[in-house]
Design a binder for this molecule. Structure first.
Ligand SMILES: [Zn+2]
Length: 207
């Protein structure tokens, strides 16, 4: 699956400002507002639009960003990453090559910093680490590069693995769901039916 010229335009604009009006998006992408709306919904369902958030620079709140370069045994990488991700002051965790983990944290005070380094030092699967305080940020753009023809990598809604080739697309509850193989499709339908049955008993909260 590839992004077409319309998807690319919508994503490019929304990546800069997610609050751009449907009307403006429609004009830029040469579609009608209802089509733009449907496309956005489908991009959300495919996980290409992960969410919408407010961008608050930490320094505007007097907070400091810290980068951590950590090392774990390759067999412990997953576990170490999970332990790091549980620390509230840690905002990003990336498992990298060579048994490394790159983490970004934010601290409000020297006592935050002390607590953070103690928490990290207390993770048994972490062998060593270096940390750096950000002195000044020069750029902090959204990561993905959007362009027409970009190949979309979809993860199976059931097993979570990247889907190779054409996805099995099924429509349930008025939404598209993508699966990697007939086995996952069957299991997913069963899981979905169970969830639906449960949801009928309890009132659905959220959107
Ligand atoms: Zn699967």
């Amino acid at each position: 699956m590839k992004l077409d010229v319309h998807d690319a335009k919508i994503l490019e604009i929304m990546q800069k400002d997610a609050r751009t009006s449907l009307k403006a998006l429609a004009e830029a992408s040469k579609l009608t507002p209802p089509t733009v709306s449907a496309r956005i919904k489908s991009l959300e369902e495919m996980g290409i639009i992960r969410g919408y958030r407010v961008d608050i620079p930490p320094d505007a709140l007097g907070q400091r960003v810290m980068f951590f370069m950590l090392k774990a045994k390759p067999s412990d990488l997953e576990e170490a990453g999970e332990a790091l991700a549980k620390i509230p002051l840690v905002r990003e965790v990336h498992l990298a090559s060579g048994g490394r983990i790159i983490a970004v944290a934010v601290v409000r005070s020297p006592s935050d910093q002390e607590r953070l380094t103690n928490d990290i030092a207390g993770i048994p699967t972490i062998l060593e680490y270096d940390n750096y305080s950000v002195v000044k940020s020069k750029k902090s753009d959204s990561w993905a590069i959007v362009a027409e023809g970009t190949e979309v990598s979809l993860n199976c809604f059931y097993c979570g693995k990247p889907i190779q080739g054409t996805p099995y697309k099924i429509r349930l509850g008025g939404r598209d769901h993508y699966l990697c193989c007939p086995v996952c499709e069957k299991a997913y339908r069963e899981k979905y039916a169970k969830l639906e049955a449960g949801a009928k008993k309890a009132p659905f909260k959220g959107r």
